[in-house]
Write a protein that binds this ligand. Sequence first.
Ligand code: FAD
Length: 390
Amino acid sequence: MLDFSFTEEQEYFRKMLKDFAKEELLPNYTKWDREGITPKHLWKKLGELGVNGLRIPVEYGGSGADCVTTGVAAEEIGRGDFNLTYAVMLNSLIGEIINNHASEEIKNDWLPEIASGNKIVGIAITEPDAGTDAGGIKSSAERDGDVFVLNGEKSGISVAVAADAFLVFAKTDPAKGNRGISAFIVPSDLPGVECKAYEDMGNIPIGRGSVYLNDVEVPEEYLIGLKNKGFSQVMNGFDLSRLLIGLQCTGAAMQSLDETIEHVKNRESFGSPLATYQGVSFPIVTHYSKLEMLKWQAYRGLWLRDQGLKHSKESSSVKWLGPLYSQEAIHDCLLLNGHYAYTKEMPLEQRLRDVIGLEIGDGTAQANQMVIAKEIIGKEYRSYKTPVTK
Ligand SMILES: Cc1cc2nc3c(=O)[nH]c(=O)nc-3n(C[C@H](O)[C@H](O)[C@H](O)COP(=O)(O)OP(=O)(O)OC[C@H]3O[C@@H](n4cnc5c(N)ncnc54)[C@H](O)[C@@H]3O)c2cc1C
């Protein structure tokens, strides 16, 4: 059986979020960018709407929804406020990781708070000398009695200045490379944690920045998953976040296309609406076609995840093409709206800046292409492993 339909419940959820995005998010999308603030009240509002807890079980305050439903939220929120989709993506990713790998105490402490939107948790892997090569991180977590002592610098971290805690990756056994990395939940108010914001070109309300760890003591119960298994256990979550990112971007780009279609129907040049010129309609059609294909690949990946089937290459394809197709679509929408779209009166310039961020965040195009190459060509041909000998 091949069935592309959403359930009645999913359609209801989509309609509710579509209305919310149109009425409450879209009119204020540019406001948070211009004012440079993280609208924490909207993270709470998403909690009330059941969006933050989609991947959190009912007993911890969530709804235990499937991944496809989570994708619906990413797409629809993306139409209203691209930056708020970080809540959908981070809360799903971190909610899943904590639920699957943390102790009961940590689950009880953090999951209901994430689901309600009362607390924001970021994920801290990247470092000044290790991004794509995440196994090359240098932050350390050394055991000292019943605590781990964390030291290091995390860079480029989303919600760095807004988060109440971070899921921090650090080396517990530096000699073992990838196999010596562990994950910890680190509350941002612990002594020794310091966060500094960047001046980014986009995603301003996300407040990206660096997180410094100076002799931060965390109890051993804050270890998420098994010691030295941070990579193999926790990294699986990125197959989810990458699919959601594809849909976040698609939502923002589809909204831009809708706005542009309205514009080209109403604006005239040489006595006819712009929409009558194929030089105008064909770029719109091209982007619509690419985004539709991308969207269905994303839902297919989410469906595979729901079935417990492999979906890494699907996820990586959506991650590298989603932000790319979306920024190309938004760029053309900006041009089709003429010079007003180059001003800050319209949201298009911001959408373009915002979406470009996720061409890098959560893995660049090349990082994701490496994942796909490993699967379809073979892991013995990985460039970052032992060179291939014939
Ligand atoms: C908006 C945004 C949000 C982010 N949020 C977070 C977050 O919440 N948490 C977090 O931990 N990090 C976050 N990051 C950091 C992000 O994950 C890294 O920037 C990303 O993984 C790339 O690492 P890098 O910047 O060090 O680039 P590098 O790894 O130095 O790569 C630079 C360039 O070289 C290419 N490259 C590298 N190695 C290879 C190779 N072997 N083959 C081919 N090309 C290669 C890359 O694709 C890239 O184009 C965020 C970044 C952005 C922009």
